[in-house]
Design a binder for this molecule. Structure first.
Ligand code: ATP
Ligand code: MG
Length: 277
């Protein structure tokens, strides 16, 4: 495949994930609910794509469709040359809800991802510990999910997926409700992992600061379940530490966030409370 992404101002990367004419309808109380509508989207190899949009605009559904956890009502999704027919080890999904097994400790949960992929191996424990440390949970390795705060559960889920190094990472609000220090650490870490592992990340968030800090492109979904606009993020990297304090960087950061915010406002209609408006 030597196809490049076009039509959205983003060129130069080979298409890895392709959505063509994707719609998803649910039947609820005898009524059709259109969660995702007519989505055409190409995502490049090693791209960092962020999806924003008001609540109920279909962000989680879109991610689940790419993950193969839901089947589209119309259209087709391919990864590389293969149609998505269900979940696969090439796609690691971090759900909006936590996905930890309650009877296993943090360490055992993180080891589980490795066991699924490689079976029981002597090195699994050390590798799991490395990722638990990375998400700042070393002090809680032997705790069970019921003993963890919401933020800790999120970090444990993150370690559980990252440790398996999937080619594609589907992340649904992975850093929601974390304190700002942990969030900054994880923003830096996810950017480092993305650069180092060359994986493709599709990341859903309701925080526009986060979207602008992390993304290469930002897709805005609207209340109809459509992608209303895709922004190319031209902010230089690194985007953390001193670089982010440069006046020129800061100016463009604010400007881009404003542009995305205006699109989200238009996409949301009147209900924009998610975005602090
Ligand atoms: N399994 C389901 N059965 C019926 N309706 C569903 C189901 N999953 C999602 N929906 C509906 O589809 C629409 C899109 O839901 P989705 O969870 O994808 O939105 P979202 O953008 O992720 O919202 P949020 O920002 O609140 O997480 C909503 O109207 C939702 O109620
Ligand atoms: Mg959601």
């Amino acid at each position: 495949m030597d196809q490049t992404i076009d039509g959205t101002g983003f060129c130069g990367k080979k298409t890895l994930i392709s959505l063509k004419g994707i719609s998803k309808k649910y039947l609820k109380n005898g009524r059709d609910i259109v969660a995702v509508k007519d989505c055409d989207l190409d995502i490049g190899e090693n791209e960092f794509m962020v999806i924003v949009g008001p609540t109920g605009s279909g962000k989680s559904t879109l991610l689940k469709l790419i993950g193969g956890f839901e089947t589209p009502t119309t259209g087709a999704i391919t990864v590389g040359d293969s149609p998505v027919k269900g979940p696969g080890s090439d796609r690691g999904m971090i759900f909006q809800e936590y996905a930890l097994l309650p009877w296993r400790s943090v360490l055992q949960n993180v080891e589980l991802g490795l066991e699924f992929q490689y079976g029981k191996r002597a090195e699994n424990k050390a590798l799991a510990m490395e990722y638990i440390d990375m998400v700042g949970l070393s002090a809680a390795v032997n705790k069970h999910p019921v003993e963890l705060s919401g933020g800790m559960k999120r970090r444990a889920s993150l370690a559980m997926i990252l440790v398996t190094k999937p080619k594609i990472l589907l992340m649904d609000g992975p850093f929601n409700a974390l304190d700002s220090k942990t969030k900054l650490t994880l923003h830096t870490e996810i950017t480092r992992i993305w650069k180092h592992e060359h994986n493709t990340i599709i990341f859903v968030t309701s925080e526009l600061d986060e979207a602008v800090k992390l993304s290469e492109r930002i897709a805005v979904m609207n209340r109809d379940g459509r992608i209303s606009k895709i922004f190319t993020n031209d902010l230089p990297r690194p985007r953390f530490g001193k670089a982010a304090l440069e006046p020129q960087f800061h100016h463009r950061f604010i400007e881009l966030r404003e542009e995305v915010m205006n699109e989200v406002k238009a996409a949301a209609g009147k209900t924009v409370c998610d975005y602090g408006l």
